[in-house]
Design a protein around this ligand. Sequence first.
Ligand SMILES: Cc1cc2nc3c(=O)[nH]c(=O)nc-3n(C[C@H](O)[C@H](O)[C@H](O)COP(=O)(O)OP(=O)(O)OC[C@H]3O[C@@H](n4cnc5c(N)ncnc54)[C@H](O)[C@@H]3O)c2cc1C
Length: 458
Amino acid sequence: MTTICWFRRVLRLDDHPALVAAAADGAVIPLVVLDPEEAAAHPASAERQALSLRPLDDELRARGSRLTVRRGDPRDVLAAVVAETGASAVHTTAGFPFAGDDGLPEAVAAAGAALHLHPTADLVPRGSVRTGAGGTFKVYSPFFKALRQVPVASPLPAPALRAPGSWPATEPADWPEARRAMDRGWEVVAAAAEPGEARAARRLADFLDGAVADYPEHRDQPSRPGTSGLSDALAVGEISARRIWHEALPAWRAGAPGVETFLSELAWREFARDLLHESPGLGVRCWRPEWERFAWDGDGPVAELWRRGETGVDIVDAGMRELFATGRMHNRVRMITASYLTKHLLTDWRVGLAWFERTLTDWDPASNAMNWQWVAGCGPDASPYFRIFNPDTQAAKFDARGAYRRYWLDAAADGARRFAAAAPRSWRVEHSPRPAPVVELAAGRSRALAAYEDLRAG
Ligand SMILES: Cc1cc2nc3c(=O)[nH]c(=O)nc-3n(C[C@H](O)[C@H](O)[C@H](O)COP(=O)(O)OP(=O)(O)OC[C@H]3O[C@@H](n4cnc5c(N)ncnc54)[C@H](O)[C@@H]3O)c2cc1C
């Protein structure tokens, strides 16, 4: 029997339930489908996946297998590859939370095969962490407490792979649609990425051997490499959350410093997934419906200044430059830039969410939506709206020596040069002096608080 394993944002051989099931069925054809719609919707994330295809093919070839790459609508591609190969089954990861599975079983069945959907290798299956009353947690701390009581299944080792009698035709392992959709050179994202399963595993090992000990102290300082840097590898599935958990577990049990804090952050990712599973509209509607009446502004020139890093607030502009020039942004700075947009600039959180969705290489629909709603004040377990970050105070605390801001803002610094090279010419980055603040911080704060009082007054 020949089966197809569709690698759907699980770009690894380790801990891959769909691959293990396919290998148990017979010879395996590993398949990746590059969907132009996905490239248009989140180009940086798509490009980050494309970068992972060559290392994945290398891993497969080392085991006598190889990757088949096709582009198009997944329904059409699956039907075509089933028809060409006579495969009896397609195994893949259930689309949640990235895309629906609409029409897939029917398309595969019409071609004469069965579609088997397998769970992602998250820490626990969705819906298995429950309150005493059987509901979903709306607050993170009790969620993490309950999660700790649920056994996290061991990761599955990579299976042996049998080759089919012949291989189907393949296409080049890159994603030109993603490159075209990016509003910066794709090399910009490539230069900041470390793609591939092996490198993700090494990064985790290095982190657990070193930086994790200082993680609680350093994780909020954007100028330090104080965090794991694994979010993009997790987002494209080069490493599983279960693998991270189990690699860290012995050190956690032994009481090694920093490990519990690190795993508690990984649990935020899990919390976000549960929330999105429970509320599929998390990225579209305010989780607290009364917040739909809040007087946020829509997209416009002010939001454009934020996107370009021209608000005149150094820490905000530095963060927005980091995002554009690397596809990443430090978590503390994400919180500051998101708070500034939704509070000082009184702009709808969905405007910021959409920009992060286009530009982040670690874009994840659950984490992005939960965090934006958390910062904006309209989500479950949200940061209270009246607690408004002062970006300058935040910068003084977390970038005390100004190294992060200088790196991205001083014209002669490497970061500023990287940004200037990435930015479209029309932004005229090299010729623009640092702008005056779009809004005085005190005035922006007062305006935000007044809008909040209006909401409360109904
Ligand atoms: C407005 C906003 C939007 C965000 N959008 C995304 C997104 O689209 N994709 C994404 O992966 N993360 C998102 N985050 C969360 C966080 O910023 C990144 O996961 C983090 O910067 C990744 O760096 P790291 O891998 O070095 O994290 P580490 O500090 O090493 O943490 C380990 C892992 O825990 C998880 N994690 C850590 N913090 C969070 C968090 N606050 N929420 C959810 N998971 C977390 C990540 O998977 C991360 O890789 C967002 C945060 C904010 C404030």
